[in-house]
Unconditional design. Structure first.
Lengths: 575, 330
């Protein structure tokens, strides 16, 4: 593509004809606001905030939807631009019934930021959506129509990123509304819509600029639990691999800043008695899953083996592809492994009754809220986990308690359930589960020291990653599906593979539905890099060399509860 | 002479309202070599007060179908879709009588598709079973239109003119729909260079009372006073006469705003929210006028499609040409 010059606010900029004016401006640190544009999604041009003046154009132009042409002269800061942009912002704000005091998204809210930045008079128009409904999806996600500004990013995220198409847009004009297709069942108009079920991935929430799509937060319940804690009760927080590289963003730190120690301190300040690491649980998962892979290969059981640590993916299989249930690993996820060990091993060693322990997960994910309540994952007929907080909820709670996060000193986790290998750390990135499991499986199969530890072909942002490795007298074909919509690319040729990792969210958990907003490809990459840096700095790189994990496994076996704590079952579910 | 050269010679303009050069449009479509092409005829005729497409369908059916065949063959299009207003279903059988071996499919606009259905990219969405809403442009339909193929879109009158040009019968006329408070309402075929005054005189419609005029359609047309009639009718050539006696400022502007509000597809903020807030001003007991002109200006300057922008034309021209004191009087 030939390069040429354009002018933005009289500044000469060299560019090509490929990019929109919005992207060129932002790359050159010229601020153009937008609420409906998200780099993950197609350009929509709905919100009317990215307006610019271009010499020779009669109307104002949406910078998101026009590509640069040679010699374009663009102005982003004229009185005419400001007049329309501010009025559109004011109109959008009048759609949004603000609930900032209790809204988890208030710390990330892009609408709030813009209204403050442009000093918008927000009192002129009365709110028009006070009567709108809130749609709740399981215990994971909700869409509060009274906060919606009709940008439609949730719709695209649901259709294009997860590929589920559970959300749809109904009605015209001011009556348009984002609704779940399942809702129609209630009104008796189900016939056409049957077959759509939410998988709780939360990509709608991650792409909502105003918190209309949001996690179902458990802030109040957790605050009560912390406040009313009895003397003999303890609260344990468990931190997922990817939260430590993202939560800093909520406090102004650069994406990819590793803040494990600060997060532990913050959680202790909030009143948690112990903080443990889901990376530890990830090592357990790796060992269990690698053994299953080997067993399936050796004993000619159904292949490919499919990962199951992404609960949205599991839900997808159970509802949409039940014929693949036999392929899902029986291994529980790291969240469940860690929690199971807290209620058994940790309780025993610390002489605490399991009933007196409350477990709180700090997760990048909305679907983990659902996973924690799955009946199949109970132990002794009780849920293992009491609350699941997303990264955003956790940050909201920290901010609400006026804890100055960036000034916190580092603390360590309880090392009985926190020592982990580098393999456990990378679970939060697409390809990480595969890489961890292969490190261990290869070691066991080859029965010698691994020739190779870094499997770079599994890493990165490609939607579908494929590789094959030689083991003994056979080839192992693997695929990594990065973003559930990409599963459609291989759904018809699944037999080609021996092992498939699927993460619903693009990038894996570092791009999870509960992560800080904004999340985009640059930010995902920074978080991903941070995870691999944790891994590469570790002496211990392979899960099965984690002696703490082996001890825990030994304990479960000795108590004959290994099956209950480590494994699970799935079942076909009807939509 | 080649059809395209004839079109060039006559400097034929599209009659859908925008007046784009037919020759240039064909060139853009023909440039897309080796791709499947489509021809779509826009007979949505959603602009209130315009009936000329209906007139042509009814009275020049044979010429219309022959014109379509000429274009289909020239650009070698895979097929033609004739997109018609739902009220024109009654002409369906008549049209079909003239179609022999040509691939012409008639699709009727649904009643609830709204005003915006006549906007060409919205029409494409409707034909592809998508939401009745405008698309982002570029790409333009000539490059990527129906099913992402190069698509030539013409208004019914344009096709009729192409037929005339081909047979050497084109005289530079156009169709005018005259309505409102006139003695002889109807569709007239007169020279395109006539002024509004002359058209009213020739059709024996020049009012004897105090009046003002809207030309180009009752939703998007400019409003002018009786001293400004020495210009040509714009857009799709409609002329509507209003008497001062029977039309209050308030009702006229209110009707316009309600029309746009009821027809807003909801895609963009300035139209969806702007027309709603304008409507509220007219329906509430207490009116807060502080944003009235700002909202109108904002629609004109930042609405996503041309239809949203067009509310500003009648409202602002009415205030300018008919009643500069509009706001204070209310």
């Amino acid at each position: 593509m030939k390069k040429f010059y354009i002018k933005i606010n009289n500044k000469k900029i060299l560019t090509n004809g490929e990019e929109s004016i919005l992207n060129i401006a932002r790359k050159n640190k010229i601020d153009i606001p937008s609420l409906c544009y998200h780099p993950d999604l197609p350009v929509k041009g709905n919100c009317g905030l990215c307006l610019v003046e271009i010499k020779g154009f009669k109307k104002l132009v949406r910078a998101c939807s026009v590509k640069a042409r040679p010699d374009m002269e663009i102005k982003t800061n004229t009185a005419r631009v400001a007049k329309s942009r501010n009025l559109n912002l004011e109109l959008l704000y009048a759609e949004h019934v603000n609930k900032c005091n209790t809204c988890v998204n208030s710390i990330d809210c892009q609408l709030l930021k813009l209204v403050k930045k442009y000093k918008i008079d927000v009192t002129e128009f009365p709110k028009r959506k006070t009567e709108r409904k809130t749609y709740k999806f399981g215990n994971a996600v909700e869409i509060d129509g009274s906060q919606c500004i009709d940008c439609r990013s949730c719709l695209d995220a649901c259709q294009l990123l997860s590929g589920i198409k559970h959300l749809e847009l109904k009605g015209r004009g001011i009556n348009q509304e984002i609704v779940p297709k399942t809702e129609d069942k209630l009104s008796g108009l189900a016939a056409k819509k049957k077959g759509f079920v939410c998988i709780y991935c939360g990509q709608c929430a991650l792409h909502c600029p105003v918190g209309a799509a949001q996690e179902q937060d458990q802030i109040n319940e957790l605050e009560l639990a912390l406040k009313n804690k009895s003397k003999d009760e303890i609260l344990v927080a468990q931190i997922a691999p990817s939260v430590r590289v993202s939560i800093g963003e909520e406090f102004g730190l650069k994406p990819g800043t590793v803040v494990t120690g600060k997060l532990v301190t913050a959680l202790k300040k909030l009143g948690f008695d112990a903080v443990i690491d889901v990376n530890f649980g990830a090592d357990i998962t790796t060992i269990v899953e690698a053994q299953e892979l080997i067993d399936r290969i050796k004993n000619k059981k159904p292949l490919p083996l499919l990962t199951s640590c992404c609960p949205a993916w599991v839900r997808y299989v159970e509802y949409y592809q039940p014929e693949l249930i036999k392929n899902l690993t029986s291994s529980r996820s790291p969240q469940m492994h860690t929690a199971g060990l807290v209620k058994t091993y940790f309780a025993k060693r610390n002489n605490i009754s399991a009933d007196k322990i409350k477990v709180v997960s700090i997760m990048p994910c909305t679907a983990k809220k659902y996973e924690a309540t799955r009946k199949e994952l109970r132990y002794k007929d009780k849920d293992l986990i009491d609350f699941v907080l997303t990264t955003r909820e956790t940050a909201f709670l920290i901010a609400k308690n006026k804890i100055k996060f960036n000034a916190l000193k580092n603390s360590k986790m309880n090392n009985m359930l926190s020592e982990h290998s580098g393999a456990g750390a990378i679970y939060g990135a697409s390809g990480g589960v595969m890489e961890s499991a292969i490190r261990t499986a290869l070691h066991i199969l080859e029965n010698k020291k691994l020739p190779k530890i870094d499997f770079k072909e599994y890493r990165g942002m490609e939607g579908l990653k494929e590789a094959s490795i030689k083991i003994k007298n056979r080839k192992l074909n693997v695929a990594i599906v990065n973003g559930l919509a990409n599963f459609q690319k291989i759904v018809d040729q699944i037999d080609k593979y021996d092992y498939i990792e699927v993460m619903t969210c693009p990038g894996g958990c570092i791009g999870g539905g509960g992560q800080p907003i904004p999340t985009n490809s640059d930010i995902r990459l920074a978080r991903m890099k941070a995870l691999y840096s944790i891994d590469s700095k570790k002496k211990l790189r392979k899960a099965h060399e984690n002696t703490y994990a082996l001890k825990a496994l030994h304990y479960l076996e000795s108590q004959k509860i290994d099956k209950q704590i480590l494994h699970t079952t799935y079942s076909k579910k009807n939509k | 002479m080649d059809l395209l050269e004839k079109i060039k010679k006559h400097d034929l303009k599209g009659r859908g309202g925008a007046g784009f050069s037919v020759y240039n449009k064909w060139k853009l479509v023909l440039k897309e070599k080796g791709k499947e092409k489509y021809l779509i005829i826009n007979g949505a005729e959603g602009e209130p007060g315009v009936k000329k497409d209906e007139y042509i369908i009814k009275h020049h059916t044979k010429e219309l179908v022959a014109g379509i065949e000429l274009v289909l063959n020239y650009i070698k299009a895979k097929k033609c879709i004739l997109f018609l207003n739902h009220d024109y279903k009654k002409y369906g059988e008549k049209i079909k009588k003239y179609i022999y071996n040509t691939n012409i499919e008639i699709v009727y606009k649904s009643k609830n598709a709204g005003y915006v259905a006549g906007e060409e990219s919205t029409m494409l969405n409707i034909l592809e079973n998508k939401r009745s809403e405008p698309r982002i442009r570029p790409p333009f339909p000539t490059e990527s239109g129906y099913k992402e193929s190069p698509t030539l879109i013409h208004n019914i009158e344009t096709i009729y003119n192409i037929y005339l040009v081909y047979h050497g019968k084109f005289k530079g006329n156009r169709f005018y729909t005259i309505n409102g408070e006139v003695k002889n309402p109807g569709v007239y075929n007169l020279p395109a260079n006539y002024t509004i005054a002359r058209i009213l005189e020739e059709t024996n419609n020049f009012p004897l009372f105090k009046f003002f005029v809207q030309h180009g359609g009752q939703a998007s047309g400019e409003i002018i006073n009786s001293s400004q009639l020495k210009k040509q009718a714009s857009g799709c050539g409609a002329i509507t006469i209003y008497s001062y006696k029977n039309n209050s400022d308030f009702k006229l502007i209110k009707n316009l705003i309600y029309f746009y509000f009821n027809n807003s597809c909801g895609k963009c903020t300035p139209c969806r929210e702007g027309t709603y807030r304008l409507k509220e001003m007219f329906s509430g007991e207490k009116m807060n006028w502080s944003h009235f002109l700002e909202l109108i200006d904002n629609l004109e300057d930042s609405s996503f499609c041309a239809l949203g922008s067009s509310l500003a034309t009648p409202v602002k021209s009415y205030i300018k040409n008919v009643n500069p004191d509009f706001k204070p009087k209310l």
